[in-house]
Design a protein around this ligand. Structure first.
Ligand code: NAP
Ligand code: MG
Length: 496
């Protein structure tokens, strides 16, 4: 870990990628249009980036299909894909500082988080799925001697990967690593707010040996570039991470075009449950704060709804409040800050709008609420007296807001936790293994984390129940299955 001066120096020397990467070439948008990339910590424009049109999407799809049919990647020996993806993993590690600074400038994210995510997780994702490529076996079905039935997995074809802005390169890796390992051709659309690192990754992938056409990155706006991907007739699968509203659009686009398969990872309103027997130690308080404030709360599995047993709520609130006040909001490039900026001015206004709504609906704001500095900063905010019917207890805020709701006993906690249109994540704190297991089984969500806030890791599937997701999962071996077709080969035995 270096200091602000070092990251500032890297920042000063950065060459920001501004062109789309289509079929192995850096290109402008077909109509020459651009959009601005803004630094959320200052409000200043970093650069202008190509705004890809439907025509550009079509060029990328044609290049992707040619590459897929050619078989240089899709039908290559898995060992070859493994070798290339391992090289990409190494290149990401070697370029981690530059990528992390780029992402911090583009997204307002803390440099410390960017370094962990990119130098650690992103590189690990390419490594893990590279290793999986030549260790994934098909099946032989139990037939009699009259036949041999093979169940084999094949790459699904051309996939569109549409990304959010909160973990820009990490979300790209969550999807790209398994899709490339499976042998698919990929078309990535980063969020308009955070295109830079995905564009740089495309260059590194080319350097690693990913063939031209197998990976294209098309920056642009959702309504144009994103919609053109959703509606394209020659894209086989879309994997989307973003809001529940836009996830719904992708289902509609598929229904109105070629019925492409759509994998959805969407929003949440995840509970953090503290039962009366929980040990209220520093570790628990740290998890409570991290679950709400990590990445400035711009996290799909943020545990903003903290359901705390009334018997221990006063103590919990006091300690969470002290912890929240200790966070330092400031320059994302400074490793001494804890929370960076909200991604855009509009998003900052959305978050502060929710805070105002919390106050007007009668919750008590104990700290925070204010903007902080010239960029799009919001202070960590803690609400007490939140009730289940309040807007801040029901809608996804996606900012640094923690709300405490009182519950009386485990069954009430389960009832309130479950009563949501979302079902992405839940945390449970209790020392009673029976209560922990009961809640883990009954909570209707994709991940339940017990006695610690965690999303799991690369090996465990991540996704949501209800309006948080579709049946597809990111991470784990399950992610690779998103990008594969299943084929049965039935061979008759003429001798039997
Ligand atoms: P978003 O507004 O839904 O955007 C996601 C992506 O969809 C962006 O690339 C966006 O493009 C594109 N898009 C927007 N409108 C579109 C349209 N009409 N047609 C096609 N594409 C369109 O979400 P976000 O604000 O970036 O991200 C925050 C959301 O993501 C939160 O709800 C969060 O919970 C969710 N999230 C979920 C997970 C998970 O794994 N479940 C992980 C991270 C985030 P532009 O940005 O260019 O408009
Ligand atoms: Mg930006």
């Amino acid at each position: 870990m270096s200091d602000l001066a070092t990251y500032q120096q890297i920042s000063d020397g950065l060459l920001l990628p501004t062109k789309a990467f289509i079929g192995g070439k850096l290109t402008d948008a077909s109509n020459g249009e651009t959009f601005a990339s803004i630094n959320p910590a200052t409000g200043e424009t970093l650069c202008k980036i190509a705004h890809c049109t439907a025509e550009d999407v079509d060029s990328a799809v044609q290049a992707a299909r040619r590459a897929f049919d050619d078989g240089g990647w899709s039908r290559a020996a898995p060992e070859h894909r493994k070798e290339v993806l391992l090289k990409l993993s190494r290149l990401v590690r070697e370029n981690a500082d530059e990528l992390a600074v780029m992402e911090s400038l583009d997204a307002g994210k803390m440099i410390t988080d960017c370094l962990d995510e990119i130098g650690g997780e992103v590189a690990n994702f390419f490594q893990w799925y590279a290793e999986l490529a030549d260790k994934s076996f098909g099946k032989v079905a139990p037939t009699g001697e009259d036949a041999l039935a093979l169940v084999v997995k094949e790459p699904a074809g051309v996939v569109g990967l549409v990304l959010p802005w909160n973990f820009p390169l990490l979300m790209a890796a969550w999807k790209l690593a398994p899709a490339l390992a499976a042998g698919c051709s990929c078309i990535v659309k980063p969020a308009e707010q955070t295109s830079l690192t995905a564009l740089r990754l495309a260059e590194l992938a080319q350097e690693a040996g990913v063939p031209d056409g197998v990976l294209s990155v098309l920056p642009g706006l959702g309504e144009t570039t994103g919609q053109a991907i959703g509606r394209h007739h020659d894209i086989d699968i879309v994997s989307f991470t973003g809001s529940t509203e836009v996830g719904g659009y992708f289902l509609r686009y598929a229904g109105e075009s070629n019925l492409k398969a759509v994998g959805l990872e969407m929003g949440g309103k995840s509970p953090f449950i503290v039962l009366d027997d929980a040990d209220l130690n520093d570790d628990l308080i740290e998890h409570a704060a991290t679950s709400a404030f990590w990445n400035g709360g711009q996290n799909c599995s943020a545990n903003m709804r903290q359901l705390v047993d009334a018997k221990i709520a006063d103590d919990f609130l006091d300690r969470v409040l002290t912890r929240a006040k200790a966070y330092k909001v400031g320059n994302p490039l400074d490793p001494d800050s804890d929370i960076g900026a909200m991604v855009t001015q509009e998003h900052m206004a959305r978050v502060t709008g929710y805070i105002e709504r919390g106050i007007s609906e009668g919750a008590q704001m104990l700290t925070g609420g204010g903007r902080n500095g010239a960029g799009f900063f919001v202070e960590p905010t803690v609400f007490a007296g939140v009730t289940h019917d309040m807007t801040i207890a029901r809608e996804e805020i996606f900012g640094p807001v923690l709300g405490v709701l009182l519950v009386n006993g485990m069954e009430e906690a389960l009832k309130l936790a479950s009563d949501s249109i979302y079902g992405l994540h839940a945390t449970v704190f209790t020392r009673d293994i029976d209560r922990a297991l009961h809640l883990a089984r009954r909570l209707p969500c994709g991940t339940v984390s017990v006695n610690g806030f965690s999303e799991g890791d690369i090996k465990t599937p991540f996704g949501g129940y209800k309006q948080s997701g579709s049946l597809s999962r990111d991470n784990g071996t399950e992610a690779m299955e998103q990008y594969q077709q299943t084929k049965t080969i039935w061979i008759q035995n003429g001798m039997s």
